[in-house]
Design a protein around this ligand. Structure first.
Ligand code: G
Ligand code: G
Ligand code: MN
Ligand code: NA
Length: 252
């Protein structure tokens, strides 16, 4: 397939890059972290992941692409830390990446090679991860956490899994899906769902990140509920590494 060949070429020609969306602490208003988001720039034009990740996921190319992202993210995080910006960085993982036998040794080798402090790394997983092979994953998650890596559930509340995994899987964070945040100003049900997720997370000792915050009213609502952090256009969209560095300067 055409797209397949282009993506492979993209890897060899280093056409992928990472953008970073700031994560803002709702208590202090400071940028305490960021989420790495892949972009593809084959010929000047910036292509967003919805145009190529579903295909990469289908063909398995997500494994080398996702592994590239992880390594690039670790290099960048190490650089920020060297410049005194001790932020956290979240990386999205695909189920196929995590299912790869060599994933754990790969993570270990990246940490060793880049010299990154893995206590500042978060892996974002979707609920679909937790449908199959749960025992094996609990073991793997335990090993990742021994490395200091935090585990977060992305798009929380939109998947098909039951809540029972929350009892069994070692987690650190829930990310509340943008679809709920979008509606908190107009919809009582969305407000109830968001406050219940935050209450649930607190009871389980998990931190919470609200996604897609665009309005002051949304941020104020989340702050009242003691949500930990937010991401969204209200503060910033995803930006290139140099621009995130500038946002971090304003932190000081
Ligand atoms: O900002 P944006 O359009 O990039 O993000 C779209 C979605 O693409 C994200 O919600 C995320 O789930 C997915 N995504 C972005 N970067 C990566 C990545 O490096 N790996 C994986 N598996 N998914 C990613
Ligand atoms: O990891 P994930 O699926 O959540 O990626 C976030 C996606 O949501 C990206 O496509 C990103 O561009 C988008 N996004 C991030 N913040 C906002 C926001 O405040 N509003 C909207 N509409 N989209 C956002
Ligand atoms: Mn994410
Ligand atoms: Na998300």
């Amino acid at each position: 397939l055409q797209l397949d060949a282009s993506l492979r070429q993209g890897l060899t020609n280093e056409e992928f890059l990472l953008y970073y969306q700031p994560k803002v602490d709702l208590g202090t208003g400071r940028v305490t972290g960021a989420e790495a988001l892949i972009r593809w720039q084959p010929n000047g034009e910036l292509i967003f992941p919805d145009k190529f990740l579903p295909h990469a996921e289908e063909t398995g190319l997500i494994v080398p692409i996702g592994n590239w992202c992880l390594k690039e993210a670790c290099k960048q995080l190490r650089e920020w830390h060297q410049h005194g910006n001790r932020i956290n960085l979240a990386v999205n993982l695909s189920a196929k990446q995590l299912g790869d036998k060599d994933f754990l040794p790969f993570v270990q080798s990246i940490i060793a090679e880049t010299g990154v402090d893995s206590n500042y790394l978060t892996f974002e997983l979707t609920e679909s991860f937790l449908i199959s092979d749960v025992e094996r994953k609990i073991e793997l998650f335990g090993k990742l956490r021994e490395l200091g890596i935090k585990l977060s559930i992305d798009d929380f509340g939109t998947g098909y899994s039951s809540l029972s995994y929350l009892r069994r899987i070692p987690l650190d964070e829930l990310k509340i899906d943008r679809s709920f945040i979008m509606e908190v100003s107009q919809n009582n049900n969305s407000r109830a769902i968001v406050s219940t997720i935050i209450y649930l997370a607190k009871s389980l000792n998990l931190s919470t990140v609200a996604e897609g915050v665009e309005l002051h009213s949304e941020r104020d609502f989340l702050q009242q509920l003691d949500c930990t952090q937010f991401q969204g256009f209200l503060f910033s969209k995803a930006v290139p590494a140099e621009q995130l560095s500038m946002l971090l300067q304003k932190n000081h």
